[in-house]
Design a protein around this ligand. Structure first.
Ligand SMILES: [Zn+2]
Length: 50
C-alpha cells in the first residue's frame, strides 16, 4: 500500500482528484496545497536499496 505525502507540509491527508485534462491532481487537506506533484512512500520497510 502506498502512502501519499504532501510535498509542502508532509501531511498524509492528501486526497486524489482524478479527471480533467491534467489526469491526476492532489489536494492537501492541511495546508491547501493542490498540484500534480506528491510524495509517495511504500509502507513496506527496507524495500528499496539505498
Ligand atoms: Zn500540505
Amino acid at each position: 500500500m502506498k502512502m501519499l505525502h504532501c510535498p509542502v507540509c508532509g501531511s498524509t491527508e492528501v486526497w486524489t482528484i482524478t479527471g480533467g485534462y491534467t489526469g491526476c491532481l492532489y489536494h492537501c487537506k492541511r495546508c491547501g496545497y493542490r498540484g500534480a506533484l506528491v510524495v509517495e512512500y511504500d509502507e513496506e520497510p527496507d524495500d528499496r536499496p539505498q
